[in-house]
Design a protein around this ligand. Structure first.
Ligand code: FAD
Length: 473
C-alpha cells in the first residue's frame, strides 16, 4: 500500500510527440521522478529502414549541448558529430573563402537527426518510469481534466488521463491547436516566400569528403543560397533555399543545368550532373513556417515546448538548440517552484516567451546575413572589428553570433547587447568623423594664414566660424 501511495503522489505526465525535444524532455522529467508516458504519432524510427522527414543533419551548438549534458548524452552525440569551425563561402567564380564563426576553438557540430532522435528515445526508455507509445496520434485533450484521446495504428481510440500534458508535437502541434480555442491565446504564423530542397554531395571516388569537411559550406547568391553540412559517411547534405517561384520556373533538365552553370558552377561536379537532374526534378521544395504564440501554458495542466511553441526559420541553426534549452529552463523553474505546476507553468511562459520571440526574429535576420550580407565588404569589416574587440574585451564585447551559438546568454539579451554595441560603434565613428573634420579645418586654416597673401575660400571661413561657434556655445 506504501507503493500505491507513492504512485498516487507521483506526478503523471504525458509527452505528446517523441521527436527531438519530446524525447529529451522525457529524460528530464523522468529524472524528476515523474511517471512519464510519451505518445508518438509515427512508428518507432529505430525499427524503420528509411525515415522520411525534415533535414537530414542539424547544427548543434552550445545550448543544445548543455541540455544533452544534463541527461548525460553530450559525449555520445559529440563523438558522432563533425565540428564546423567556419563558414566556407563559395563565390560564383569558384573561389572559396572561410569566415570563422568565433575564435579558433569555437565550433558548431553537424549531427545526424535520425541518430540523435534514436539515441534520445533509447535513453528515455532506460528510465523505468518512462513508457513510449508509438503509433499514437493525439486527437484531443481536455485542459480541465487532463483527459486525452489518441488514435492508434488500428484506428482504435485510446484514452489517458494525466496531471500534465506536454506538447512537443512540432510546428503543427495538436496540443497548440487545442489551446487556440481558449480565450486570450495569441497566435501568429508566417510562411516565408522561400522553400528548401535537399540534394546530396557523395564522397569522392577514393571515399573521402569531396570538399573541406570541417566547414558549413555556403553558396550565397543574395536572393537565394545553397548550403552543405558534412555527414559521418563523408557525404554532404546540401540544401537549396530559394523563392518558390524560382523553383517552379525550372521545369526541365536544360533549364536546371543552365541555372546551376550560372549560379553554382563549382557544385555541379560535386553533386554529379545526373544525380542532380534526377533528385531536383523528382522532388518538391518544402515550405518553411515561423510560429509565435503566447502563453505557452494552460493553468497547471498543459505546456507546449520546442517547435510546437516556437517554430523558427532554420537560418540560425537554433530551432532544435532552442527547443533543447526549453527543457533546461523548465527543469530549473520546476526546481525553484518545488514541482508546483500552478506556479511553474506561468513562470515558464514569462521567462521563455521573450527569448523564443527574440531567436525567432534573429533567425529571420540571419537569412539575409547568410545569403547576402556575407557578400558585402562592410559586413566583413564589421565582423573583423567585432572579433578584434572581442579579443580586447572578452567579457563586454561578445559578437552576436558568438552569444547565440557559443553561450547561454538569454536570446533577448543577445539582441539588446548587440543594439548597445551598434550604438557604441555609431557614436565612436561619429565622434571620430567630427574630430577628423575639425582637425582638417584647423590645419587648412593654419596653412592659409601661413601663406598670408591668399584669400581664404568661403567654405573654410564658414567651417571655421561653425567650429568657433560650437566651441563657444
Ligand atoms: P519535431 O522534431 O517536429 O518533432 C515533433 C514530433 O511530434 C514528431 O515526431 C511527430 O511525429 C510528432 N507528432 C506530431 N503531431 C503529433 C500528434 N498529433 N500526436 C503525437 N505525435 C505527434 N535546428 C537546429 O537547432 N539546427 C539546425 O541546423 C537546424 N536545421 C534545420 C533545417 C531545416 C531545413 C529545418 C526545417 C529545420 C531545422 N532545424 C534546425 C529546426 C529543427 O528541425 C526543429 O527545431 C526541431 O526538429 C524541433 O524539434 P521538436 O521535437 O520540437 O519537433
Amino acid at each position: 500500500s506504501l507503493r500505491k501511495m507513492v504512485q498516487e503522489q507521483t506526478k503523471h505526465v504525458a509527452i505528446c510527440g517523441g521527436g527531438l525535444v519530446g524525447a529529451l524532455n522525457a529524460c528530464y522529467m523522468a529524472q524528476r521522478g515523474y511517471r512519464v508516458d510519451v505518445y508518438e504519432m509515427r512508428q518507432d524510427i529505430r525499427t524503420q529502414e528509411i525515415v522520411r522527414g525534415r533535414s537530414i543533419n542539424l547544427a548543434l551548438s552550445c545550448r543544445g549541448r548543455e541540455a544533452l549534458k544534463g541527461v548525460g548524452l553530450e559525449e555520445t552525440i559529440v563523438k558522432n558529430g563533425i565540428p564546423m569551425h567556419a563558414r566556407m563561402i563559395h563565390d560564383r567564380d569558384g573561389k572559396r573563402r572561410p569566415i570563422l564563426y568565433g575564435t579558433r576553438d569555437q565550433y558548431i557540430m553537424s549531427v545526424d537527426r535520425r541518430l540523435l532522435n534514436e539515441v534520445l528515445l533509447t535513453e528515455a526508455e532506460k528510465y523505468e518510469n518512462v513508457k513510449l507509445h508509438f503509433n499514437h496520434k493525439l486527437l484531443t485533450c481536455n485542459f480541465d481534466t487532463g483527459e486525452m484521446l489518441f488514435q492508434n495504428e488500428k484506428g482504435d481510440q485510446v484514452k489517458a488521463s494525466v496531471d500534465l500534458v506536454v506538447g512537443t508535437d512540432g510546428a503543427f502541434s495538436a496540443v497548440r491547436k487545442q489551446m487556440m480555442k481558449l480565450s486570450r491565446f495569441d497566435y501568429q504564423q508566417t510562411y516565408i516566400p522561400h522553400g528548401y530542397m535537399e540534394l546530396n554531395i557523395p564522397p569522392s571516388a577514393d571515399n573521402e569528403f569531396a570538399m573541406e569537411a570541417n566547414y558549413l559550406h555556403i553558396w550565397p547568391r543574395n536572393e537565394f543560397m545553397m548550403i552543405a553540412l558534412p555527414n559521418l559517411d563523408r557525404s554532404f547534405t546540401t540544401t537549396l533555399f530559394m523563392p518558390f517561384d524560382i523553383f517552379s520556373s525550372i521545369t526541365d533538365e536544360r533549364q536546371l543545368m543552365d541555372f546551376f552553370t550560372d549560379k553554382f558552377p563549382d557544385s555541379i561536379p560535386l553533386l554529379g550532373q545526373e544525380a542532380l537532374k534526377k533528385s531536383f526534378l523528382s522532388s518538391k521544395p518544402l515550405p518553411m513556417v515561423t510560429v509565435k504564440c503566447e502563453p505557452y501554458h494552460v493553468k497547471d495542466k498543459a505546456v507546449i515546448m520546442g517547435d510546437a511553441a516556437h517554430a523558427l526559420v532554420p537560418f540560425y541553426g537554433q530551432g532544435m538548440n532552442c527547443g533543447f534549452e526549453d527543457c533546461i529552463v523548465l527543469n530549473d523553474i520546476l526546481d525553484q517552484c518545488g514541482d508546483d505546476f500552478a506556479k511553474a507553468l506561468p513562470e515558464y511562459t514569462r521567462i521563455r516567451n521573450v527569448d523564443a520571440k527574440a531567436i525567432s526574429d534573429l533567425a529571420m535576420y540571419n537569412y539575409v546575413e547568410m545569403r547576402s550580407s556575407v557578400n558585402s565588404k562592410l559586413f566583413l569589416i564589421r565582423k573583423k572589428l567585432d572579433n578584434l574587440l572581442y579579443k580586447l574585451f572578452p567579457k563586454t564585447w561578445v559578437p552576436l553570433y558568438t552569444m547565440v551559438s557559443f553561450t547561454r546568454i538569454r536570446y533577448h539579451e543577445c539582441i539588446s547587447r548587440r543594439e548597445w554595441q551598434d550604438k557604441v560603434l555609431t557614436h565612436t565613428l561619429r565622434t571620430a568623423a567630427v574630430l577628423g573634420g575639425v582637425s582638417l579645418l584647423v590645419s587648412a586654416h593654419a596653412l592659409y594664414r601661413h601663406q598670408g597673401a591668399l584669400e581664404m575660400p568661403g567654405w573654410l571661413q564658414a567651417g571655421i566660424s561653425l567650429v568657433e561657434g560650437w566651441v563657444r556655445g
